[in-house]
Write a protein that binds this ligand. Sequence first.
Ligand code: URP
Ligand code: ZN
Ligand code: ZN
Length: 462
Amino acid sequence: MNSLLIRNGTVVTATDQYPGDVLVRDEKVVAIADSLDERADRVIDAAGCYLFPGGIDAHTHMELPFMGTFASDTFHSGTLAGLHGGTTTIVDFAIQTQGDSLESAIQEWHRKADGHAVGDYAFHCAVTDFNDNTRAEIPRVINEHGINSFKTFMAYKGALMVDDRQMFELMKELVKHGGIITTHAENGDMVDHLVQKFLAEGKTEPRYHVLSRPPICEAEASGRAIDLAWQAGCPLYIVHMTCEESLARVRQATLRNQKVHTETCVQYLLLDESLYFQDGFEGAKVVMSPPLRKKKDQEALWAGINQNLVHHVATDHCPFCTDQKEMGIDNFSKIPNGAPGIENRFELMYSEGVDQERISLNKFVEVTSTTAAKIFGLFPRKGTIAVGSDADIVVFDPELEHTISAETHHMNVDYSAYEGWKVRGKCRSTILRGQVVIDDGVAQVEEGYGQYLPRGPFKVRY
Ligand code: URP
Ligand code: ZN
Ligand code: ZN
């Protein structure tokens, strides 16, 4: 039996903060006390450090086939970068190819991940073609594949988008079997119209990406998804919410006692739309959908976190290298949508969130780990430090400063949207199921160490 004793740290969960020693045997936490006088195979002195639950990023796209290319991180490289940055679990999207089954998408995602991921992983299933065959697959996806969250895209017309009827019927089906709908909320028809209009006017630069996806386009779709979910009685999780107008729709829903689960991403809290208006093709690096917004939207999102209207901060990690972005050099609508972030999320949320006093230490844990575990059925195995939970622990030095750079990051992408940013607080070591996988900054993990995490039907857990 392997054992590990982490001494002298400060344990921080979504609700507590206390000095404590943590004893781990094999993969689990077996004891926490103010002082443990136990023998262990290894002892880590965490004096001056916080012990956080391993980060959970509930929105990633490893090796996603998209817009004529593939996201540049594999499950191996992407989850390794995540471990460096304190994220021990991801939830990636197994995306149905239109005309094909959910089963084949799930098999395909297992082929990419199993035996390769070094962090733990679960899947959402993205339904891009809801028909009688797909409908019949739902119970099996939930009960046999352990996937309870189903994504719909309200944009990407002609590729991934579903119409309202498909989405509503999927919601009704999920109610029967214990699923939650997650949705990319943008009005795909409005986007399509604006894209064609700009291209017809010869407007092809990256800035037209943001101009073709105004906030109302997201807010309208968010409101529609909220109304459809209300009528269907289906739990709803809105992914990558970016703006004040969408948040207002969520707030409005609370007035009729509807609970809407929402996610934003770290880039929407920290970067703004001025990046699209840089010279040349530079703006392509942050072409993602929905696009970055204004500073007032960042403020609204931080406030939404503190008002319990925004529940999780993910990344939508979907990296493309510069040469891939150049597929859209003459046409902004051909720039692969997505950006890297998995390695930076946790440390940026600490530095810009806790250190800058925008959020509390407990809120930091809540939005980077605990609530995602609760929504998606991973809690209490994941998302907290407690006796019986997986020993997924980040030994975090709040004083250690570092500078983000593509030269030193571990993501398989040749730029960073945060190049040169100074960050206060760093993951010193990362422990996943009792194994020190990042040891003082050095990776110590075999390819394939990551485990698939099947989940039960959706239940309200917070
Ligand atoms: O631009 C983005 N967000 N790319 C990834 C796919 C998606 O919409 O989540
Ligand atoms: Zn999306
Ligand atoms: Zn995404």
